[in-house]
Design a protein around this ligand. Sequence first.
Ligand SMILES: [Zn+2]
Length: 155
Amino acid sequence: MHRISALPTDQVQAYRDGASDGYGNPPERAISNGQGNPCRHCLTYIPEGHEMLVLAHRPFPGTQPFAETGPIYLCAEPCKRYEDAAELPEALTSSPNYLIKGYGPDDRIVYGTGVIASQSQLHDAAQTIFAREDVAYIHIRSALNNCYHARIDRA
Ligand SMILES: [Zn+2]
């Protein structure tokens, strides 16, 4: 099987402490409207009125042509990291569909793996992608906005 992984706590804390984002800018601060602002650390929606960080995140170890960088939200206050598990976190239950695609050990897209999966078929689709041995991990992204949500790792 496999598990869904949120951003590591040390990385999130660094952003809270003002570390530069994927484009070298300090994270912006804004107030959550309570909808559509999922935190990539606790993988729940940031409650309305709560402060959040808005920043460009590169969910890859280094820069290279395939290291897509894009916008994410994080709770500005400390939150509990989603524990790697198989069940879908709250942040992945609001949209009917998600874009998932496999990446190789070189952090580049494994072509032919990308698919729009419905929420209920997310795990089956991930299993199909992991059947390919050249896939190291999978990204879950917004099907409409391409924003990075979380990663799926082999268990
Ligand atoms: Zn959070």
